[in-house]
Design a protein around this ligand. Structure first.
Ligand SMILES: *[C@@H]1O[C@H](CO)[C@@H](O)[C@H](O)[C@H]1NC(C)=O
Ligand SMILES: *[C@@H]1O[C@H](CO)[C@@H](O)[C@H](O)[C@H]1NC(C)=O
Ligand SMILES: *[C@@H]1O[C@H](CO)[C@@H](O)[C@H](O)[C@H]1NC(C)=O
Ligand SMILES: *[C@@H]1O[C@H](CO)[C@@H](O)[C@H](O)[C@H]1NC(C)=O
Ligand SMILES: *[C@@H]1O[C@H](CO)[C@@H](O)[C@H](O)[C@H]1NC(C)=O
Length: 501
């Protein structure tokens, strides 16, 4: 049996490698930054004034980076727009931009600042990474001159990009990503890159990918990074404006990490009047730590440990067939009392949960949602519904959704159902929510009263049921399966009758 022995050795060696990899952990940090904004101006600032403003923000980021390094972090993510803010014209943002080379050039701006055109922001970020021996991800602006030899060249002779950069712990530029899915007015100062860029880099603690803010709702490049390029951890600078009930930052970003099965390091800007708060460090089996603060204007540092290769960790959730359970059962209840209501401009079909426990079904188009639940006690002034939506969302972006949701209504009136709600008093003993999804991309959300997450208190079974693991410890605002059907984003829809007011 000569042939077997090397094989057995190889198997043992492979298992050891796997074990070593599975036990590998790293420390991650994200910083929610209250960005110092430039004064509203009609004219572009001078280069000196632009740099002075960026240095003020980098002074704050530097303290966060030093503190993260002191706490042992290997990597830190800082927010989108974290160095110069937002709401620019094309001309007014220009003095803030630097020409950022492709990381291929192998450049440490900190030690070789004169190699390319002056780039004081890249130089300082590189030094912060190098001086503190920590990977640093930041969001900056890139400019690329062009001319009439390029038919796409803008009339002012340059491309301007919303850009993420990453420096390794020696200060080397290892990633540059141009944001693909610009949000609303961002198309004024910035151009969309011709092709989506799927940017990754290897580290001693896993393979990383990076994208920015609104990108998280779309297939390119977010899903490509995870499914095709198999990254372990995604870096996510964002300037996220919270929208309840489904799209508040901590809720949706933690759900995306769980649905996609990757770590997500999410750093939001902090500005209460813009509803921007909510950062976190999320693993596939739940949030490790998060921050949400609508009371004060402070920034905040989060630091925690994560698995470097979550797919190899024993806690990694098993593969899920999102429609398996729901399509194997009959309707739980009739549709006699269904009614309609808007959630963030989408017309849902609702049914009221009229008892303190029960089994309900609500359907819209091809999606049927089933809910089994038991409340610990009913509150006379609180009404909950089960809702379904299957359709194209078209306000502030176009994306196809399939959503099943258990939701607290704003008041006891049915017409209030779907309006944003932050608090609740009703406790549940258990819930189990499922739907006949046509997509494999479903993000499980559980939000408790006071915009709190529920790590460790719920799970998704391999048959697609989102269930409470223990009796929820806090009152429930919503339990939601947020499905994205990317292939249908650009399919022409049947004309819909206008919704009656
Ligand atoms: C990095 O360290 C050097 C030497 O200690 C110091 O002169 C420089 O100001 C530091 N730069 C940053 C960005 O921390
Ligand atoms: C136009 O741009 C290309 C590439 O950036 C450059 O090689 C070329 O010299 C430019 N042509 C003129 C006429 O400036
Ligand atoms: C938050 O953003 C708004 C809008 O850009 C701005 O007017 C306000 O000054 C910002 N708040 C703080 C504390 O910077
Ligand atoms: C998921 O489950 C449904 C119902 O049991 C089945 O029809 C379908 O083929 C399954 N999908 C996959 C991808 O296994
Ligand atoms: C809901 O369904 C479950 C499982 O089919 C059943 O055990 C339970 O009695 C039902 N609850 C109510 C209130 O009908």
């Amino acid at each position: 049996m000569l042939a077997l022995q090397p094989l057995a050795q190889a198997v043992v060696a492979a298992l050891l490698v796997l074990q070593a990899a599975a036990s590998e952990r790293f420390t991650a940090a994200v910083y929610e930054h209250a960005v110092i904004l430039p004064p509203a101006a009609i004219q572009p600032p001078s280069a000196e004034d632009a740099l002075a403003l960026m240095d003020k923000n980098m002074d704050v980021l530097e303290r966060a980076i030093q503190e993260a390094a002191r706490q042992g972090a290997h990597i830190i993510v800082t927010p989108e727009d974290g160095i110069y803010g937002w709401r620019f014209t094309r001309e007014n943002i220009y003095p803030y931009l630097e020409d950022i080379p492709d990381p291929e050039v192998n450049w440490i701006p900190c030690t070789d600042p004169k190699r390319f055109a002056p780039a004081p922001v890249l130089e300082r970020l590189s030094c912060m990474a190098r001086n503190n021996s920590i990977y640093v991800a930041a969001n900056v602006g890139d400019k690329k001159l062009c001319n009439s030899s390029d038919p796409g060249c803008p009339s002012d002779g340059r491309y301007q990009y919303n850009t993420d950069v990453v420096f390794d712990s020696e200060g080397k530029l290892v990633a540059r990503y141009h944001k693909y899915n610009l949000f609303m007015l961002e198309t004024i100062p910035f151009n969309i890159p011709k092709e989506p860029e799927a940017v990754t880099f290897e580290t001693p603690f896993g393979k990383f990918g990076i994208f920015t803010c609104f990108d998280i709702l779309f297939h390119d490049p977010a899903v490509v990074l995870v499914n095709e390029l198999q990254v372990d951890t995604v870096l996510f600078p964002t300037a996220w404006m919270n929208v309840l009930p489904f799209l508040t930052a901590v809720e949706f970003h933690s759900a995306w990490a769980m649905g996609m099965g990757v770590n997500l390091l999410s750093a939001n800007t902090h500005n209460i009047s813009m509803e921007m708060t909510g950062s976190g460090i999320y693993a596939p089996d739940g949030a490790r730590t998060y921050y949400y603060n609508m009371k004060t204007e402070d920034g905040h540092l989060l630091v925690t440990e994560l698995s470097s290769h979550p797919r190899l960790s024993p806690a990694y959730p098993s593969a899920i067939n999102w429609s398996s359970y729901a399509s194997s059962v009959k309707r739980f209840s009739a549709n006699d009392h269904d009614f309609s209501g808007l959630i963030f401009h989408d017309m849902f079909t609702f049914t009221e949960l009229t008892k303190s426990e029960g089994n309900f079904t609500v359907c819209q188009k091809d999606l049927c949602c089933h809910l089994s639940y038991k409340m610990a006690g009913t509150q006379e002034d609180e009404v909950y519904v089960l809702g379904a939506f299957d359709g194209l969302h078209v306000v502030e972006g176009q994306y196809y959704l399939q959503i099943c949701t258990l939701l607290k209504c704003k008041s006891t009136e049915q017409k209030s159902c779907g309006e944003p709600v932050e608090t609740a008093q009703t406790k549940f003993d258990m819930f189990s929510l499922s739907g006949t999804f046509g997509t494999n991309y479903v993000f499980p959300e559980v939000l408790y009263s006071g915009v709190q997450l529920a790590p460790g208190e719920f799970e998704v079974l391999s048959d697609g049921r989102l269930i409470s693991k223990i009796a929820p410890t806090k009152p429930v605002v919503t339990v939601t399966l947020f499905g994205r059907w990317y292939e249908k984003d650009h399919v022409k829809q049947d004309p819909q009758p206008p919704a009656s007011p």
